[in-house]
Design a protein around this ligand. Structure first.
Ligand SMILES: Cc1cc2nc3c(=O)[nH]c(=O)nc-3n(C[C@H](O)[C@H](O)[C@H](O)COP(=O)(O)OP(=O)(O)OC[C@H]3O[C@@H](n4cnc5c(N)ncnc54)[C@H](O)[C@@H]3O)c2cc1C
Length: 510
């Protein structure tokens, strides 16, 4: 690669880097993607985590909502997502609530059983109808230049805008719902990967990203696992002639008339444009700038392989309980209390968490012999565990968090989770956990932040210039990853938008 000159070099082969590369190569530009790790995909990968078993787990990211159908169509991806038969099942202490995706009557009955009346379900329906309206307005703007605050407010309507965008989420939930369990269930969408109190506007922003995907906010299972998306993106890149390099960490970026891109292999490339799929903090370091501190990532991701689904003490069918999002100890009070303890640098006594059993929806991720024996995958995503809790005595803190989580889970299980875990040939339980620090090492996420940094509202102020949300002070350098405005999650949106920004500058946009 000594003397190569490219139209575009992409720093990082996460799914967004691949989306950007595919769009640009299809437009006729020469594009290279430089990825530091051994594999492309970043946090969007499937992996045979337990080598003794042919089960391909979505090791990091696991559900898809934000990926616009338009990107799938434009890039010719043979990729689909599957609806889950249950929306969610929430348990805390002696309370529980099962919500179906479409069966309103059955959901209404479950709400009535929980709250003793019909009002809570009515409030739920009204709230989600308003969110649906907001989602339908916002979703089509995500692949366009940033709309202004006023434009959006006008389209959404000032009442809904005020409630859902300007008011802290915690306040809205306390005003609209009476049940602690229901309030918490809604709040969790504002806390995924975001260490925030319910009244922190960062929770409102995070919430927005979780409810607008494709205009319906549905979170669906990627068929074949998250790696299936990346395999399709790699095929699309290959069809368009993108040059792909793994094991190629970019170590510095310098600029004269063109960009000079230095890699760990002591090789230097030249390119007219650079797209940074790495986190903004890392881009600053590559440019030799002082890096701004990044907020803490705030989760523990646990991947498990089960030889059987555990039965629940309350008699609920586990094939229903685990089919959607299983919320564990996520009442509003429990979430707020966990946040307060973690903010005071203490491991929460009760750690809120969510679980997902993908193999109940997508059987293709398990080998037929595992399926026939009743094996299942189980993902647990625990909230309010900021990186700061693991900075000192990392391994002990990780063990403590896991011990608490398993104990809390077992309080609801007839079969303790340890008795359900598959075991390796060496008799080790099939369970791996990733702290923010481990995510930083493996995926290069600063402080383990799953969105490369806190999310920003998906619009611009009225007096700000019209941009794609991917621009930097240098006109030939763009962000194309989660750290862009409208970046977080498995969406391909910042990849698409960075490609559009380059094409626009070259006068190649239709
Ligand atoms: C545990 C976990 C669970 C998640 N769950 C979900 C989920 O269920 N649904 C969802 O929508 N989102 C989820 N997310 C968030 C989502 O995965 C990210 O927002 C998304 O992966 C961002 O994609 P990206 O391509 O922008 O960046 P990344 O996936 O972070 O990829 C960036 C790539 O750049 C590479 N790189 C960095 N620096 C350099 C360098 N100097 N040189 C070369 N290469 C470099 C990295 O190695 C990496 O491959 C989750 C994230 C994590 C970590």
């Amino acid at each position: 690669m000594q003397s190569e000159v490219w139209d575009v070099a992409v720093v990082g082969g996460g799914h967004n880097g691949l989306v950007a590369a595919a769009y640009l190569a299809r437009a006729g530009l020469s594009v290279t993607v430089l990825e530091r790790s051994q594999h492309m995909g970043g946090a969007a990968v499937s992996h045979q985590v337990f080598p003794d078993f042919d089960a391909r787990l979505s090791r990091y990211a696991y559900l898809v909502s934000l990926l616009p159908d338009q990107i799938v169509e434009d890039l010719g991806l043979s990729f689909r997502t599957l609806a889950r038969p249950v929306s969610s099942y929430s348990v805390s202490k002696s309370e529980s609530l099962l919500i179906w995706p479409d069966a309103h009557e059955r959901s209404a009955a479950n709400f009535a059983q929980l709250t003793g009346g019909v009002d809570e379900f009515k409030a739920w329906q009204t709230f989600y109808a308003e969110l649906g309206h907001l989602a339908r307005v916002l979703a089509p703007t995500l692949l366009q230049k940033l709309p202004t605050r006023s434009e959006l407010r006008q389209k959404v309507g000032s009442g809904i805008w005020q409630q859902l965008i300007e008011t802290p989420l915690g306040q809205t939930l306390q005003a609209r719902f009476s049940s602690d369990l229901v309030r918490g269930l809604v709040l969790t969408d504002g806390l995924i990967g975001t260490f925030a109190n319910a009244d922190d506007l960062r929770a409102t922003t995070c919430f927005l990203y979780h409810v607008v995907g494709n205009g319906n906010g549905q979170w669906r299972v990627p068929e074949g696992g998250m790696g299936a998306l990346v395999n399709q993106l790699l095929a699309s890149c290959a069809r368009s002639g993108v040059s792909l390099h793994t094991n190629t960490a970019v170590t510095a970026l310098q600029r004269d008339a063109q960009w000079e891109i230095h890699t760990q292999n002591q090789k230097t490339l030249r390119a007219r444009f650079v797209l940074a799929n790495c986190a903004p903090a890392h881009l600053q370091a590559l440019l030799g700038q002082t890096t701004e501190p990044c907020s803490d990532g705030s989760q523990l991701k646990v991947n498990m392989l089960l030889r059987k689904l555990p039965r629940l003490k309350n008699g609920m069918d586990p094939r229903l309980a685990f089919a959607g999002t299983f919320h564990l100890n996520e009442t509003f009070t429990e979430l707020q209390s966990a946040h307060a303890q973690a903010a005071a640098d203490r491991m929460p006594q009760i750690i809120p968490a969510e679980m997902y059993c993908h193999s109940l929806t997508d059987t293709t991720i398990l080998a037929p012999e595992l399926l026939s024996q009743g094996y299942h995958t189980l993902t647990l995503f625990a909230l309010h565990l900021p990186a700061s809790l693991f900075d000192h005595a990392h391994d002990q803190q990780k063990a403590l968090a896991l011990e608490r989580l398993m104990q809390q889970l077992n309080q609801h299980l007839e079969d303790p989770i340890e008795t359900c875990l598959a075991r390796t040939a060496n008799d080790l339980p099939c369970l791996e956990a990733k702290t923010p620090q481990e995510l930083e090492t493996e995926v290069n996420l600063p402080r383990g932040h799953i969105f490369h940094g806190d999310l920003s509202m998906p619009f611009r102020e009225d007096d700000a210039p019209a941009t794609w949300g991917v621009e930097t002070p240098d006109p030939q350098l763009f962000l194309c990853g989660a750290g862009a405005v409208r970046g977080g999650g498995i969406s391909g949106i910042p990849g698409h938008n960075a490609a559009q920004a380059v094409l626009e500058q070259l006068g190649l946009v239709n």
